[in-house]
Design a protein around this ligand. Structure first.
Ligand code: NAI
Length: 410
């Protein structure tokens, strides 16, 4: 089951789906021969392209299935240069010791900037003013136009995006309220609300930044819109399925909701060119955008840097920090040592067995770290550079060993 893979024999990387050139630059600098392709690959083509490849980078369209993983024994890690990782069989990858990384934070700032732009646009009624001007209508008036300074913003979901939005909205002079189902530290002067109802009744603008857990399907509907204060603004840049768009349309048409900005939809076109169908089309002071909250050049560049660094760190030091399918462990490199990275089934006594094997061969441990995650255990062990192959053979022969790698440090 186990195998020893040495880094210096595995230095080829494959980057698919137009990943940012910064990723190529980083991998090249780290000694990789990088092959890039603009498109996704189907299963058979991917299997062929992965021959001899240790690191692969994909975005949302390439599916790394169990069959692909089984046919790519040299593969060490998969970088999903995006947020989602549904396109990778994470469990199958973990069972083979293939670490999977993504970029959960890289586009948060982009989402926040779009939300701020939309809040100001709606408060100034820019969608209507702009449409009127294009239709030749000059409507110079301050009626219904507001500054955002001093206005109350309610953030639902105070995670990576919600907290950053909180900081930037406060810097514009907004009063921030938030509601989250988890205990969250209030940043700056933000006020925590004890319930969603409390938030909806307190603020003039409601913006959703909840995650996509199953329980959030249809979580914001008729009852929640009805609770919002009259003439409030509403934004959703989180997930399409969390909002009932029929209820939203009704509240916009009645004038109860004064404006809305929506970036995500329950059903989105598969690609450019397919018609966008939504209850929200054709409403004034409603900003509709095609799921572009996180789509900026800066976010793509950050994703390229972030994920390629994770891949290189894993290959060079065994670090699995923020991997989505492996126990998370990282040890600083110690020059003049070899590192053993050992992925195993998480059963009692594995660490003791590894250390017994090392001790019996007179191998001293210079540093060691064990982390577990569900049925997996992962231990990084730094040892001196002189040891016999028998040590590796014995570790590999342990019944629980999934993958063993030796890495030369520093
Ligand atoms: P996160 O996981 O850091 O934060 C989500 C927060 O929502 C967590 O604190 C969680 O406790 C809270 N939450 C979940 N359900 C809740 C509920 N029913 N009521 C109150 N709080 C709830 O996620 P992050 O990175 O801040 O992203 C937020 C959303 O934005 C996600 O749904 C993500 O998919 C979406 N997103 C959209 C993009 C776009 O292009 N429009 C780009 C990036 C992310």
């Amino acid at each position: 089951m186990g195998k020893v893979l040495t880094l210096d024999t595995l230095n080829r990387a494959l980057l698919l789906e137009n990943i940012h050139p910064d990723a190529t630059a980083r991998l090249t600098k780290a000694g990789y021969e990088v092959r890039t392709m603009p498109r996704a690959l189907g299963e058979d083509d991917l299997i062929a392209a992965l021959h001899g490849v240790s690191l692969v980078g994909i975005r949302s369209q390439t599916h790394v299935t169990q069959r692909v993983l089984a046919a790519a024994p040299e593969l060490l890690a998969v970088g999903a240069f995006c947020i989602g990782t549904n396109q990778v069989d994470l469990a199958a990858a973990a069972r083979r010791g293939v670490a999977v990384f993504n970029a959960p934070f890289s586009n948060t700032r982009s989402v926040v900037e779009l939300a701020i732009a939309e809040i100001i646009s709606m408060a100034r009624r820019l969608p209507e003013k702009n449409a009127n001007m294009h239709a030749g209508v000059w409507d110079k008036s301050s009626r219904g136009a507001h500054e955002v300074r001093g206005r109350k913003l309610g953030i639902v979901g105070y995670g990576n995006i919600g907290t950053q939005l909180s900081v930037i909205a406060e810097s514009l002079g907004m009063s921030v309220y938030f509601y989250d189902i988890a205990d969250k530290l209030a940043i700056g002067n933000a006020r925590r609300c004890s319930s969603l109802e409390d938030l909806l009744e307190s603020v003039e603008t409601v913006t959703l930044h909840v995650d996509g857990r199953a329980g959030n399907h249809g979580f914001f509907g008729e009852a929640e819109f009805a609770r919002m204060r009259p003439r409030s603004l509403f934004l959703n840049l989180s997930r399409g399925f969390v909002v009932d768009h029929v209820a939203l349309r009704r509240h916009i048409e009645s004038g109860h909701i004064a404006g809305a900005a929506v970036d995500v939809f329950p059903a989105e076109p598969k690609g450019n060119g397919e018609e966008f169908v939504s209850e929200l089309r054709g409403l004034s002071n409603v900003i509709l955008t095609p799921h572009i909250g996180g789509s900026t050049e800066e976010a793509q560049q950050d994703i390229g840097d972030f994920v390629s660094t994770k891949l290189i760190d894993f290959a060079e030091s065994g670090a699995t920090s923020m991997s989505v399918n492996m126990p998370n462990a990282a040890l600083p490199a110690v020059p003049g040592t070899h590192r053993l990275s050992h992925l195993h089934q998480n059963v009692p006594g594995v660490l003791a067995t590894i250390n017994r094997v090392l001790a019996e061969h007179g191998v001293n441990v210079e540093g060691q770290l064990l982390r577990t995650r569900d049925e997996l255990g992962y231990v990084l062990t730094d040892i001196g550079t002189t040891y016999s192959e028998d040590v590796l053979d014995e570790l590999r022969a342990m019944g629980v060993t999934i993958r063993l790698r030796t890495i030369e440090s520093g």
